[in-house]
Design a protein around this ligand. Sequence first.
Ligand code: COA
Length: 162
Amino acid sequence: MEGVISAPAPPRIPSPDADDLTIRDARPEDAAAVDRLDARITELAKPDYWREIFARFSGRPDSHILIAEVGGRLRGFIIGEVRAWEFGSPPSGWIFAIGVHPDHRLNKLGSRLFEAMCQRLRESGVKTVRTMLARDDNLNMAFFRSQGMMGGPFTQLEMPLD
Ligand SMILES: CC(C)(COP(=O)(O)OP(=O)(O)OC[C@H]1O[C@@H](n2cnc3c(N)ncnc32)[C@H](O)[C@@H]1OP(=O)(O)O)[C@@H](O)C(=O)NCCC(=O)NCCS
């Protein structure tokens, strides 16, 4: 149309990550690397928390920690589980942590982790997947919206206890 300037979309550069990517179940010895990656993302090391999560999730069929490896190195993780009858809700999947190494973002590692987690949750028999994020967390909001997630029927309430 005359008068409308439309720049052509930049060509997508094929990502070397995509060809070399493996998604697998976490092993106990991954806890330290997950802690390191999470600490890099959140600027807060939580070794006790990660040890406890890995111990609690081990051997539970409806709780999953998945790892993304590129070239054999841990570059991403996602954690999810089935939660039943919270506040009257039928069993549903919850994703409560995800992280991709900053040098490997926008190469679909996050999408592949999310898809793999959804498949695990489907196999557990649930029909819905949920997550929670801060309202001003634009990066995670853009990511989860890109996967098809939308506002759900629950709302979160809180108050200080001091
Ligand atoms: C969110 C996150 C997991 C995305 O991982 P990723 O591998 O880069 O994601 P993908 O390449 O699969 O991106 C999928 C889509 O998400 C959206 N998206 C991802 N990063 C984005 C960004 N920086 N800006 C806008 N949209 C973005 C896009 O729609 C993208 O699709 P497109 O590339 O076709 O445009 C990653 O950025 C991350 O680890 N962020 C920090 C997460 C965090 O805060 N963890 C700690 C608390 S749990």
